[in-house]
Design a protein around this ligand. Structure first.
Ligand code: PRP
Length: 178
């Protein structure tokens, strides 16, 4: 387990433990297994943040699933928030598939709002969003997770896939930066 108590001089305060995460991921996996009985959903992880959650989640799902990833530019690094770009697409056809987008963090909603348009334009039979953390307070785009791990108050979180300046993604729990 990585021993990290600060990143770039900011202290890390534990928020969600590894045990709480694994219990919740197990529950979400069971829920998806029940809801998609007899189907073979296509799980699309959003890079980079979603890679750990997706890896844990699919191992709690008792169905045949297909897995792929999308990658979008981080608009936080640009001065023009409207301009999100698709950096890596899937080559799997989404037409008539049961698509589940898997994301670590739903914050302003900009990223998922952008990806939702792309996915819906490809005519899947169904479309759902599975987000691990929801920070609803900062929402700018109307979007809701169909499957949700935890809802949290404001705060900059890191760990379990999410980063601060590209650090801390490998922390097994979720922390808040002081
Ligand atoms: C984070 C997170 C989501 C997005 C959510 O990604 O992984 O993709 O922010 O925020 P939003 O709801 O305000 O769009 P980030 O842009 O930091 O890129 P990363 O996944 O590569 O870390």
């Amino acid at each position: 387990m990585p021993m990290l108590d600060e990143i770039n001089g900011r202290a890390l305060k534990p928020l969600i433990t590894e045990q709480q995460i694994s219990r919740r991921v197990h529950e979400l996996g069971q829920e998806i297994t029940r809801d998609y009985k007899g189907k073979s959903p296509l799980m699309l992880g959003i890079l980079k943040g979603g890679f750990i959650f997706l890896a844990d989640l699919v191992r709690q799902i008792g169905l045949e699933v297909e897995i792929d990833f999308l990658r979008v530019s981080s608009y936080r690094e640009s001065d023009s928030p409207g301009e999100i770009e698709l950096l890596q697409d899937t080559n799997i056809s989404l037409k008539e598939r049961d698509v589940i987008l898997v994301e670590d963090l739903l914050d302003t909603g900009g990223t998922l709002g952008f990806i939702r348009e792309i996915v819906l334009s490809r005519e899947p039979s169904s479309f759902k969003i599975c987000a691990f953390i929801d920070k609803r307070e900062r929402r700018e785009i109307e979007i809701k997770a169909d499957y949700l791990g935890f809802e949290i108050e404001e705060g900059f979180i890191v760990g379990y896939g999410t980063d601060y300046a590209e650090k801390g993604r490998n922390l097994p729990g979720i922390y808040v930066l002081d």
